[in-house]
Every structure is written in C-alpha cells, then in structure tokens.
Design a protein around this ligand. Structure first.
Ligand code: M6R
Length: 519
C-alpha cells in the first residue's frame, strides 16, 4: 500500500495500540503509517482493495484527506475526505483523470472538476471516477467547469507569484466590479448572496470569521458595514469562534472570508454558525470550495488563483466585496438615501486606477526596501479604517522576510509599546488623508521625538508628512472608506522587496502552507 496523507489521525495512538497488539511492527512514529497498516490488515483478512480502503477511512478520526494505492491494482487510486479536511479536486480528462488538493495543479490538463465532499471516497482509474459515501451509497457528483485558465496560474514576466499577484490586483479589482455595478443607476448586484429586502431587514448582527489576512480584511469590513449599513459587526478569528459561545440566532449572519475556502478553522466556525441556526455567508476565492458550498449565499472573489503563500489579491478583493455588501444591505434596509448610495457606488469606479497608480511607484518602494533590509523589527501603526492595514502590513513583512513586525492601533502606543521605539526600531505609520490623519501626524511626531526612523504611507502632495518622515510611500488620494484597498499595496510591495533583497523564497516561506486545512 502507498498512502498520501494530509491531516492528523486524531485516534492514531488507539489504532496503533490495536495494530501493535496484533503483532504489526511500526517503522515510524507518524500517524500516517497507521493508515497503511490498517488498510493492509483489512486486505490480509480478505477484503478487496476498495473494501479495505473504506474500512480504513471509517476508522480514522479527525480532519484528513487520504489517497491509497495498492501494488496489486496499480491503475487505481482511492481517495477520501474525512471531516473538514482540505480539498480533493478530481479532474476529468480524456482517457486520464487527476487528483489534486487544489485547482491550479491540474488546470493545464482539464477544467472539468469534481469536488469531493466530507465523508466521501472516490475510486479513480484512467477510465472513470466513481464516488461513494463512506457508508457505500453511490453519489452522482456535480461536475464544475473552471473558468480561469492555466495562463493565469503561471508566473509570466514576474520573478515570483507574489509579485505577479500584487500587480494583478489592478485587473482583479476591475473584475471584482465587473457585472456587479450599475453605475448609471448607482446600484449593486450580488446575486449569489441571495439577499432579499426581507432578509436584509431582519439581520440584527453580523459575525465575520476568518484567519490571518482574511481576518484583517474582515476588520476593515466591520468598519464598512457598521458605517454604511448600521448593523453591529463583530470579527472573531476562525480558531476562536466555536470556543467563544457566539450569540447566533436566525437573525444573525456568520460571514466567513477565505481565499482557499478550505481553512479548517474557518470551516469549523461556519459549522458552529450553522449549528446555532445562523445565516451562513462566505466571501471566497476558490470556486467550488467547501466554504462556498456550505454557505447559504456567497460572493466569489474575482481574483483568479492565488499561488504565493502570502495573500495579496485575496486581501484587496474582499475589501471591495464588503464595501459593495454594505451598500446593498444599507439600501435594502433604508439606512442610506439615494444620493449617498449613488456617491458610494460612484467611488468604486476609481479603485482600479488608484491601484494602478500605486503599482507605478514600485521602483521607489524598492529603494526604501534597500534601506530597511537589515532591520531587526518594525512597528506598523494605523488608526480607524486603516488600523487593520497595520496588522496586515506587519503580517506580510514577518511571514516572508522573517523580520519581527507588530501591527498596533496608533492610539494604543502610549499605553505601552512606545517604550520599544528607539534608533533601532523603525515605525511605519499609515497616514493617508482620512478622518484620522491629524492623529497620525501626532503619532509620527512622537516616534521622531524618540529617535525612530519613520516610514509613512501618505497621500500625494502631503507636505506635512513629507517634512517629518524619513521615507514616504506615496499613494494617490482615495475616498477614505476605500483607502485601505490603496494603502495596503505599498506595504505588500515593501515586504516583497525586503524579502527578495534578503534572498528569501517569498512564494514558499518556511513553515507555512498556502491553505491551513488542519487545526
Ligand atoms: O485561505 P484563507 O484565506 O482562509 O487563509 C487564511 C490564512 O491562512 C492566510 O490569509 C494566511 O494568513 C496568509 N499566509 C497570509 O498572507
């Protein structure tokens, strides 16, 4: 038997004890080895390959994806998805079929795919794919046709996927708006969300749940939905949601944000929302992923595949998605008048161009990156709607450059972290022309007074910031509620260049996986 395994067999010690007591000798301490012995044991007791595989899958507890091959039937692969483990994509080809954990891996061969559901197994041969539940019921799978092509999963002229994906944001943001905005009437269309005026009016609370970068996007969404639609929003990170006994009822929305749609903690949060009878929504990039399938309604990010481990375009797209969602909710609930709605919608038109203008500043950002390449730490400060951008900027730097970085609400500095600032601790201040601009100016003054090097993200023409900061990353003037879409871009590029100057593998940083499909 040969096994491919993603996940953790939670009851492996128990299973291993049973197998050991039957005289089976283990060669490793891994839980994965248990799977092979289980399957071989079932075969030895007379089961055929498929039956042995099924019995094995039924014994495994926890979130796991398992693929099995047998030396006796080398033309067959049996795959199972047990619990809310990462995805299994089955690709349908001509006289050939594929198994992968994500769509981009097989795009160059086929666009016809089937997604394996939890507690299903697939028997895959060159000629066919048969899907059954782990109880043996045959399943008629839905076949999806994926629209993005292999070209968008290649690096093209860029050195790294991350750099390509940063630049793709101009196109991704255009696609995010395409077909969803009626600029003439000032209206938003998000049909997959299945939102009706009746539903919009009865919503009393929204929980946004997500992990990492997606959670920071959710924090911006909280500002937008509360400001525009006047609905209370709480952001709870995916790994905490189910343990926080959230107050969910039929008038509560649980909105999950996820690039992969397969993040185990985000899916577990969605399950908790379902268990408590809430309305389940998701904003997801990977078409057909679990977070999309189990939601009552969803918004598909229009970014195409994101390959770099550091999320970039799957951060800015949901910012715009949540802005549109906020307008839609506000309109249906009567929280905004027509003039405001039209103005908010009109501002969306500016977004792709604003992003494109930041891309043009990359050479300047690279110069700043050279001056910062040897720093040992960095504080990222922001306020208001740009406060989550401080968290996101710091996460980008730490995950790909391995430099410690901390995102902090600027107003909290005097309650402790200001003690960290000296000549060795640069401070990155998000100071665009937004309602918190003056406060950020005073923050820059305080950092300078303590000898810190200040790197500011500021709006073109801001002479005040220019006169105070050591380096300025310029952005064009943007409507403040959309400013996070713009302010984050120089931070993505800064992190990218610092990491590449340090000679690091930005697309596959150490210790990280693109999708965290286990707890
Ligand atoms: O696929 P998801 O959006 O659910 O992933 C969530 C996080 O794992 C992800 O954003 C992670 O924090 C990235 N490495 C950030 O760049």
């Amino acid at each position: 038997m040969v096994v491919v395994h993603n996940g953790i067999v939670e009851n492996f010690l128990e299973l291993k004890d049973e197998l050991t007591s039957e005289g089976i000798v283990f060669n490793s301490d891994t839980d994965t080895e248990t799977i092979v012995h289980l399957a071989e044991n079932h075969k030895a007791s007379g089961a055929g390959f498929e039956e042995a595989a099924r019995r094995t899958f039924n014994q495994i507890e926890g979130a796991n994806v398992v693929l099995l091959m047998s030396i006796e039937e080398p033309d067959k692969i049996i795959a199972a998805r047990i619990g809310n483990a990462g995805g299994v994509v089955l690709g349908i080809g001509e006289n050939e079929n594929y198994l992968a954990s994500d769509i981009p891996a097989i795009l160059e061969h086929t666009r016809k795919v089937i997604f394996l559901e939890s507690r299903q197994m697939a028997v895959v041969t060159r000629d066919g794919i048969r899907i059954e539940t782990l109880d043996g019921q045959v399943v008629q799978p839905e076949i999806h046709t994926i629209s993005f092509d292999a070209v968008s999963a290649e690096k093209g002229e860029y050195r790294h996927f991350m750099q390509k994906e940063i630049h793709e944001q101009v196109r991704a943001l255009t696609d995010t708006l395409a077909g969803r905005i009626d600029f003439k009437e000032g209206r938003i269309r998000l049909p997959e969300l299945k939102l009706t005026p009746e539903l919009a009016k009865r919503i009393q609370r929204i929980y946004i749940t997500a992990c990492g970068t997606a959670a920071y996007a959710g924090m911006v969404g909280k500002y937008l939905i509360e400001k525009i639609a006047r609905i209370p929003v709480e952001v709870v990170i995916g790994s905490e949601f189910r343990y926080s006994d959230p107050i969910v009822d039929e008038n509560t929305v649980v909105l999950a944000i996820s690039q992969s749609g397969e993040t185990a903690d985000t899916l577990a949060a969605m399950e908790e929302g379902r268990r408590k009878g809430g309305i389940l929504w998701s904003i997801v990039n990977a078409i057909g992923s679990q977070a999309m399938r189990i939601a009552d309604g969803y918004i598909a990010m229009q970014t195409g595949p994101e390959i770099g481990v550091a999320s970039t375009k799957a951060f800015t797209a949901p910012l715009v998605d949540q802005y549109m969602l906020a307008i839609l909710l506000a309109n249906m609930r009567g929280a905004i008048d027509e003039k405001t709605r039209r103005e908010l919608v009109a501002d969306l038109r500016l977004v792709p161009d604003l992003a494109g203008r930041v891309m043009d500043t990359e050479a300047e950002i690279e110069k700043v990156a050279h001056t910062l390449k040897d720093i040992r730490g960095c504080l990222y400060l922001g306020r208001g709607i740009n406060m989550p951008i401080a968290y996101e900027g710091a996460l980008k730097l730490k995950e790909i450059s391995y430099i410690h970085a901390e995102g902090y609400p600027a107003g909290e500095m005097k309650h402790g972290p200001i003690a960290l600032i000296d000549e060795e601790m640069p401070v990155l201040c998000l100071a665009p022309k937004d309602p918190w601009h003056e406060k950020m100016i005073s923050q820059i003054q305080q950092a300078k007074a303590r000898g810190g090097t200040v790197i500011a993200v500021a709006t073109e023409g801001d002479e005040l910031v220019k006169g105070m900061a050591d380096h300025v990353l310029w952005i064009p003037e943007a409507p403040w509620m959309l400013s996070p879409v713009v302010t984050v871009l120089p931070l993505q590029m800064l992190a990218y260049h610092i990491a590449t100057i340090r000679g690091l593998d930005v697309d596959q940083p150490r210790n990280l996986a693109k999708s965290v499909t286990v707890e």
